[in-house]
Design a protein around this ligand. Structure first.
Ligand SMILES: [Zn+2]
Length: 116
């Protein structure tokens, strides 16, 4: 697997899968928004990557975000889990947890395949 393919998977998960997730959420009884709004919220949760600005270097493709950046720490992930409980924050929580899942998957793929 090449770095390009991993990037395609990564960005596909970051944009396309949230659209599917948004549709699925819009079908559930607790969500009162249409899928486009939900999608916008899910995309907006990518702002958690702003914590990368605190790191040096800001971007390192070989660094795993999970457990490194403050908003990607296990404590933060636990807090996102709690945000699933109130209806008002549930969509944000789904977005954040999905973000952590994609970042984590990225780490696994990068560490298991020799990149050229
Ligand atoms: Zn991230």
């Amino acid at each position: 697997m090449t770095a390009t393919l991993i990037n395609v998977i990564h960005y596909g998960l970051h944009y396309l899968v949230p659209a599917l997730l948004a549709y699925w959420i819009s079908q559930s009884s607790w969500a009162k928004l249409d899928w486009k709004r939900i999608w916008a919220i899910l995309i907006a949760t990518m702002l958690v990557d702003l914590d990368h600005l605190l790191a040096t270097p800001i971007f390192d493709p070989n660094r795993c975000s999970i457990g490194f950046h403050p908003l990607h720490s296990w404590v933060a992930i636990g807090a996102y889990g709690l945000l699933l409980i109130p209806r008002r924050t549930r969509i944000i929580a789904i977005g954040l947890l999905f973000h952590m899942f994609t970042d984590g998957l990225d780490c696994v793929l990068r560490s298991h395949f020799i990149l050229t």
